[in-house]
Design a protein around this ligand. Sequence first.
Ligand code: 13P
Length: 121
Amino acid sequence: MRLALIAHDHKKDDMIALAADFLPLLRRCTLLATGTTGARLTAAHGLTVERMLSGPMGGDLQIGARLAVGELDGVIFLRDPMTPQPHEPDINALVRACDVHDVPCATNVATARLLLGQWSA
Ligand SMILES: O=C(CO)COP(=O)(O)O
């Protein structure tokens, strides 16, 4: 399983807590992440993560490009719906790419738990 993990700043603690609950699965996966999210996951859980650029610097676009050529099986993208983001077009492009290529994309913790639970089974 090849997964991308991305979280906006106000959602990073949620991502760390989420990852803690699914470590056995995540340790078996090939993981990609935007820059800061990846650093946090490695620091907190020792996960091996291929880090892209930070989101505002193009990391979402890098992940979208990998997804578009079939290199990802799922995306966990904990977006912050309460804070405007300077790279909103990049965020929309990544979520759109998931829909274009029919790749599962969880944008909140509840959905992420359903997907990660399914993939853990
Ligand atoms: O902005 C982001 C996703 O849109 C996340 O980027 P970072 O993980 O580098 O904070």
